[in-house]
Design a protein around this ligand. Structure first.
Ligand code: ZN
Length: 324
């Protein structure tokens, strides 16, 4: 069965230079890397033979690649614009060198929303990329702000999805909720809260009334949203109407949201997501190199799904959404 994994990351020398390491992050990367058996930074920098070898060993046929978090969202335009362009050009070279094995999601310099829209047009139109990935808030500003509307409209016009990926939560949240507990601010908890809250701001801002065909992808089995769908809908339905939204919260979650399996190897959460969202809204992803290809494939292989649903999850939904 063809396996397409769509939240697979890489970094660049410029990323290494600009993204500040700290004592906790160094601890996290080295302890997690040794638990998984690979060097996260080295594998992140590789867009060639080592990446392909790890894919082949686990049975991953295709990676849809995206720049690492926080990507350009962590920087002002003077850094973000050249950083995104350099990452996208490197990714384009990798997709040319390994046709059929690598596809691209664009990195976008959202510090300058119009530059981000034109970079998306360049990446989709000239480099053949299949969508974009945005790593959460733009230095503390969420992308429901009106100035980002042209960027979202560009994605809708091009017919490509935008993957909303975690980064560290808003600095005030980190301070108020996680001061002294940096581990909780990240992948174990804070990432999901930040990303799901950001997505819900997009919903309640009326983005999907302006861009009804726009598709947003959330990783990690929907960052908790499938678990909360009933409460979100019943307790916010009247408020959504009061804001003038055309549909109920549930309808946007059903129409405009897709979720992937990245790094959430937990069957109870998978079953919840499947029941809440339906298989047609789910795609396979691993989150290499922060996750192990082997562990992701073991999870996929033990899922109790019909053959038809397994094909949809493994490749069919991605082929349709990304026009592969
Ligand atoms: Zn990721």
């Amino acid at each position: 069965m063809r396996i397409i994994a769509i939240e697979e990351h890489f970094i660049t020398p410029m990323y290494r230079e600009k993204v500040a390491a700290n004592e906790f992050r160094n601890f996290y990367l080295s302890s997690r890397g040794s638990a998984m058996g690979h060097d996260i930074i080295a594998e992140n920098l590789d867009l060639g033979a080592s990446r392909i070898a790890h894919m082949d060993a686990a049975g991953v046929d295709v990676q849809v690649l995206s720049f690492g978090s926080p990507g350009p969202q962590g920087f002002a335009a003077d850094v973000a614009i050249p950083m995104a362009r350099d990452a996208n050009d490197r990714l384009f070279e990798a997709t040319r060198k390994y046709p059929g094995r690598f596809y691209g999601f664009a990195a976008l310099p959202t510090a300058d929303p119009l530059a981000a829209a034109s970079e998306l047009e360049r990446c989709v139109g000239r480099l053949g990329f299949k969508g974009a990935m945005i790593h959460g808030h733009q230095q503390g500003e969420f992308l429901d702000a009106p100035k980002y509307r042209p960027l979202w409209k560009t994605a809708e016009k091009l017919g490509v999805p935008v993957y909303l990926h975690p980064a560290l939560p808003h600095p005030q949240v980190v301070k108020a909720y996680f001061d002294g507990y940096e581990e909780l601010a990240r992948a174990p908890w804070g990432f999901a809260i930040d990303t799901s809250s950001h997505f819900l701001r997009l919903v309640f801002s009326g983005l999907f009334d302006d861009c009804p065909k726009l598709k947003i992808i959330l990783g990690h089995l929907g960052e908790g949203i499938p678990f909360a769908m009933h409460r979100l809908d019943t307790h916010a339905r009247a408020a959504a109407e009061r804001r003038g939204l055309k549909k109920t919260p549930l309808e946007y979650l059903k129409n405009n949201l897709l979720v992937t399996t990245s790094g959430n190897w937990y069957e109870p959460a998978f079953v919840c997501t499947l029941l809440a969202m339906g298989i047609d809204s789910m795609l396979f992803a691993i989150d290499w190199p922060y996750e192990s290809n082997k562990v992701g494939m073991e999870f996929f292989n033990r899922l109790s799904l019909s053959d038809g649903d397994k094909h949809k999850l493994a490749h069919g939904n991605a082929e349709k959404l990304l026009k592969l």
